[in-house]
Design a protein around this ligand. Structure first.
Ligand code: PMP
Length: 422
């Protein structure tokens, strides 16, 4: 793959910071190395003596002395080596990336997957570019893309994920050969949320993914696989990820610890072919320098205590929890919304995407009438790629409410819909 074709002028112009490079060198150097470089504060001046962590399952540890100093210090921009090693083994286990066999898989720890997404788009997009994106789509992605001088080309999504025929329709304006012309405006980037989609709840099937990947190969597209709900899939057998299918290096994955360890840790990671990840790390050097060392140390200490087995046990408990929440949401929706609304049953994630066929645009109904009845739901229009397009959808999140509260919220929504349609 010609990686250079995809990299924006801004990203190409990024140069390594000599100080950041020295920090990375010191982190992996033997104790005999004398470092008079860098600009690290002396950790002896920090006010913290120790940090004690106790997990719900009884695992506990105390950070003190050298370990604590390290956790409170600057670190390598791509993340602390222990966490990166752990994430590599995670990818090996769950994605078997072909890129790993070629020693061409890079990983950079980010401040949540949102940070990774923003950096991926910055690396890949230039003014005037056409970008392919699921419609409807995560509002945080729209928050990154809408202010940019790029054109967003929406592709339809149904319960099985992005629709290949809709993608081909969008691409029909171009010939695959146009990808060889540096002056062509053929899209270079495709963004998708493959599992437990936000807002659609959709999980892409293997067949869909293979078709989309094949189209991406034909039109030479980079796929951004935004997958924070990967570990929130309820089924035991799941479709392989795009990274698993990626023999070319055209898939960039963003992952998140937000739904599995904690969203406040602000831990995520981005992975893909090294020529891309090197650019992301340079952006990291220039922006936040690195993701919080303390968050990384806390996470990796716990993960190392759990080992893969304990981690998988934890994942199972999360999956069971969200699956049962999904079941409560579906039974409440069936009870109160049958005949008024339609929905698909999510196979992962935390969202129920509801269509109200007799309401052309849910915005007013949700933002005024539902609020009057004291229920907060998000109108579908917030996830539309184009502004001012009416949406008959709304999104319910079933992550935090008890079954009783969830049911009462959905009952209130049914009242609102009934009033609206008269
Ligand atoms: N992508 C999607 C699809 C999301 O739903 C979210 C969180 N709501 C994110 C990215 C960002 O997650 P975080 O930065 O917490 O990892």
């Amino acid at each position: 793959m010609n990686f250079s074709r995809f990299i924006s002028a801004i990203s190409k112009a990024r140069m390594p910071s000599p100080i950041r490079e020295a920090t990375a060198l010191v982190a992996s150097a033997p104790p005999s190395l004398i470092s008079l470089g860098g600009g690290m504060p002396n950790p002896g001046t920090f006010p913290f003596e120790s940090i004690q962590i106790k997990a719900k399952d009884g695992n506990q540890f105390t950070l003190q002395g050298k370990d604590l100093s390290k956790a409170l210090q600057y670190c390598d921009s791509s993340g602390i080596p222990e966490l990166r090693a752990w994430l590599m083994s995670l990818h090996k286990k769950f994605h078997s990336p072909p890129l790993l066999q070629e020693d061409n898989l890079g990983i950079c720890v980010t401040s949540g997957s949102q940070d990774g997404l923003l950096k991926a788009f910055e690396m890949l997009l230039s003014p005037g570019d056409n970008v392919i994106i699921e419609d409807q789509v995560y509002s945080g992605t729209l928050a990154i893309l809408k202010p940019l001088p790029v054109n967003l080309l929406g592709v339809e999504v149904d319960g099985k994920g992005m629709k290949p025929d809709s993608l081909l329709k969008v691409l029909s304006k171009w010939d695959p050969e146009d990808a060889l012309d540096p002056n062509s405006d053929i899209p270079k980037v495709l963004y998708t949320i493959p599992n437990g989609g936000n807002p659609t709840g959709a999980t892409a099937t293997e067949e869909r993914k293979r078709k989309i990947y094949e189209i991406a190969q034909r039109y030479d597209l980079v796929i951004i696989e935004d997958d924070p709900y990967f570990f929130l899939q309820y089924q035991k057998t799941t479709a392989p990820s795009y990274q698993f299918l990626d023999v070319d290096g055209r898939v960039i994955r963003t992952d998140s610890m937000s739904k599995i360890l904690s969203s406040g840790l602000r831990l995520g990671w981005i992975s893909g072919a090294k020529p891309f990840m090197e650019r992301i790390v340079l952006h990291q050097q220039a922006s936040v320098m690195h993701c919080s060392t303390l968050s990384q140390v806390l996470a990796v200490k716990l993960l190392n205590m759990w080992q893969m087995e304990g981690f998988e046990r934890h994942l199972n408990s999360i999956q069971t929890f969200y699956e049962s929440q999904r079941d409560h949401a579906i039974s409440s929706a069936t009870r109160w919304l049958t005949g008024l609304a339609e929905w698909n049953v999510p196979k992962g994630g935390m969202f129920l995407w509801i269509r109200v066929p007799r309401v052309a645009d849910t915005y007013e109904m949700i933002m005024r009438k539902a609020l009057e009845k004291e229920v907060v739901i998000i109108p579908g229009g917030c996830f539309s790629v184009s502004n001012d397009v009416p949406s008959s959808y709304c999104r319910i999140s079933y992550s935090t409410s008890t079954p009783e509260v969830l049911e009462e919220g959905i009952r209130r929504l049914s009242d609102v819909i009934r009033e609206e349609i008269g």
